[in-house]
Design a protein around this ligand. Sequence first.
Ligand code: LR7
Ligand code: MN
Length: 576
Amino acid sequence: AGEYDVELPNAERLVDDNQLVDDNEINTEKSLDGDPSAGSALIMGQGFAPGGISMTYRSVVLKKWFQAPTVREQHGQPGEMGKPVKIPADMKEVMKEKFKENQFNLLASDMISLNRSLTDVRHENCRRKHYASKLPTTSIVIVFHNEAWTTLLRTVWSVINRSPRSLLKEIILVDDASERDFLGKKLEDYVAKLPVRTFVLRTEKRSGLIRARLLGAEHVTGEVITFLDAHCECTEGWLEPLLARIVQNRRTVVCPIIDVISDETFEYITASDSTWGGFNWKLNFRWYRVPSREMARRNNDRTAPLRTPTMAGGLFSIDKDYFYEIGSYDEGMDIWGGENLEMSFRIWQCGGILEIIPCSHVGHVFRDKSPYTFPGGVAKIVLHNAARVAEVWLDEWRDFYYAMSTGARKASAGDVSDRKNLRERLKCKSFRWYLENVYPESLMPLDYYYLGEIRNSETETCLDTMGRKYNEKVGISYCHGLGGNQVFAYTKRQQIMSDDLCLDASSSNGPVNMVRCHNMGGNQEWVYDAEEKWIRHTNTGQCLQRATRDDANTPLLRPCDYSKGQQWLMESKFKW
Ligand code: LR7
Ligand code: MN
């Protein structure tokens, strides 16, 4: 309808099944506004954390569980209220050295209080919301490998300081074979003194974040498991809306908005509330703008839960029993990567719901590079994990993934029979169902005529993205038959696309550019005439023609003239 030319046959049904309780129905209590410090008692950080934390008892108007401590600003301390830390000029060298340890500014992190204050970043309507009076308890599971002391403990303190104590069952730290002394006994002694039960588990050998989380989950005694990365900061009111959503439907898996803690300055930067999770042909997780279809479903209420096709992976809450019912994690995945998409597809395809809860904000230190080793090689591990996702969940759309690189085609998925059995046992729906109902905007097109190289019949040259980026000209080069930059899909929407780029022309004599696919036809609509072998641009009526001069490696738009240079073959029907 309108923006998307695919039908959403089941979209209505989904809404009916799952909108069990409207937020407004339970949003009847008095506003929280008022004196937040009324009745507050100051408890010190028990001698091991700088600064004071104030525990506020607002029990007159509030439910028992709403005893979230609040953190006061500690004037003069770096980074308070989420502000950026400035490193003095004479410490820049030390800073650079320390950066390498974790791929973030460790010096800055070390300067900030473990209890640093943050601003309340929620939308103001969120602050007025009240949630069900009985919320489940949760255990926090944080896995880490060689994490820095201050980021790890600031994560822990932010949980302690900003979660209603009665909802917080315990904090479980899982050390995935770290090689840093301070993460040994020193850490155990430290957490033993925390005001919330906290303990450290250790994987015997490096097992990767997936299996480390599975170990943590086994020790959870709360009703809900909440996973966090080891370099997060939870903000005011982060937990209640997550748990409240699970109460409404225990098959809902919920993520906070993941705000950005700068890897350079540790500034707390609020992320957009209009992005959701998607993925590209390479099976990389990516943030994309929420389409208006989903905004409309939420009645344009920016505080309403947002159905997301995928999650980033590190920060989410899930009913503990449901976590196991739905197949926890794929134990065949190593170190890092893939598990976030695997779980996202599994949740949706097997009857669950995946949401971002905009009233819940948690910061995360985003880094450019991974700081730790990938035993056996990054590519091998990441491609292995991704292949498992493709094999188990993607059905025929796995071709898009394999088309993108020889590496992907060569990597082994290992034995996936257990996961396929799981999919059978849970009677999960097809990837087609997922594309139709959850993610019609996906870069993997629901319906397509062709996936493969597009060859000029005169010259044995193929359309080629040349690895170029947005808004650059599409190229043409010798057909190598290896996929990658020479793989295009010709879709039912009449796009010629490569991953997130679509061939696009805005004037009748070219050039032909690669522009982000907008799924709205226009300059991105091409008609392939299988008889004449023309690729005709609808808006201009012109035909795609190979480069006329040998040195020009970009195809042109010209009046259709039956010449061989305008004949294109879409024949090598994908088969790698
Ligand atoms: O071998 C390992 N063992 C571990 O315990 C490797 C990692 N880890 C720990 C690590 O110390 C950290 O606490 O696992 C956690 C996640 O690792 P990161 O921080 O290196 O991952 P990331 O933040 O770069 O990556 C995102 O994608 C990952 C895919 O496997 C995981 O799902 C991460 O949890 C996830 N992080 C987030 O979702 C936060 C937002 C990032 C985005 C987008
Ligand atoms: Mn992380």
